[in-house]
Design a protein around this ligand. Structure first.
Ligand code: ADP
Ligand code: ZN
Length: 186
C-alpha cells in the first residue's frame, strides 16, 4: 500500500506579462490558504511601491497584506518558522539568491507561490525567472488582452523611451500587447 507519510513542499509560479492577472491570481491563492488554516507570509520587493507599501494590489484593486523587503536576505530573515506558505510577488525583481532560497523552502516542506514577469519590455527573460521556471513544480502562464487587436497578450509594451530594464510604472507607461503588436522602440 502506498501511504504518503511525509509532508512535502513545492514551488508554483504564476507568470505572464503585465495586466495578465498575476497579482489577482496570487491574491486568490493566498486567500484560499485561510480556509485551510495555514499560516502564510506574503513578500514584495520595495522597488514596487506603485500603489501601496503594505499591500499587494492588483490593477483591478484587489488587495492583500504584504511585507516589503529590499532583497532575498531580508525575506530569509523575516520568514517565521511556523509559516507553511510563502508567497512572493514581482519575484523577477529579486537577486539570483532567491533561487536557492525557494529551493530550500520547498525542500523544507513549505509551499512557495511566486508571481512575476517572465519577460521584460524587450521580450527578453527577466532576472531569475528562467531558472525559477526550470525548478518549479507547477507553472501557470497567464495572458492579458492585447490593447491593439484583442488577441491574447504575452508581451509588455513600454510606451516611454527609457532603456533601463527596470522602470517601475503601471498603465501610464506600459500596455499589454500580443507578439504581432509588440514593438521595440528606440
Ligand atoms: P499583473 O499582476 O499580471 O500585472 P493584475 O492582477 O495586477 O495583473 O491585474 C489584472 C487586471 O488588470 C485584470 O483583471 C483587468 O481588470 C485589468 N486589465 C487592465 N488592462 C488589461 C488588459 N489589457 N488585459 C487584461 N486585463 C487588463
Ligand atoms: Zn495584438
Amino acid at each position: 500500500m502506498n501511504v504518503i507519510t511525509q509532508k512535502t513542499g513545492w514551488i508554483e509560479i504564476i507568470c505572464g506579462g503585465m495586466f495578465s492577472g498575476k497579482s489577482e491570481e496570487l491574491i486568490r491563492r493566498a486567500r484560499r490558504t485561510q480556509y485551510a488554516q495555514q499560516k502564510i507570509q506574503v513578500f514584495k520587493p520595495s522597488i514596487d511601491n506603485r500603489y501601496s507599501d503594505e499591500y499587494v494590489v492588483s490593477h483591478s484593486q484587489m488587495k492583500l497584506p504584504s511585507i516589503l523587503v529590499a532583497d532575498t536576505k531580508e525575506i530569509r530573515a523575516k520568514i517565521e518558522e511556523d509559516t507553511q506558505v510563502i508567497a512572493i510577488d514581482e519575484v523577477q525583481f529579486f537577486d539570483e539568491d532567491v533561487i536557492e532560497l525557494v529551493g530550500e523552502l520547498a525542500d523544507g516542506g513549505k509551499r512557495v507561490i511566486l508571481a512575476g514577469l517572465d519577460m521584460d519590455y524587450m521580450g527578453k527573460p527577466f532576472g531569475p525567472m528562467p531558472h525559477l521556471l526550470a525548478i518549479a513544480d507547477y507553472i501557470t502562464k497567464l495572458q492579458a488582452i492585447c490593447v491593439k487587436c484583442g488577441n491574447p497578450a504575452g508581451r509588455t509594451q513600454r510606451l516611454s523611451h527609457d532603456k533601463e530594464q527596470i522602470v517601475v510604472g503601471a498603465d501610464n507607461i506600459y500596455e499589454a500587447r500580443c507578439r504581432n503588436c509588440h514593438e521595440i522602440i528606440d
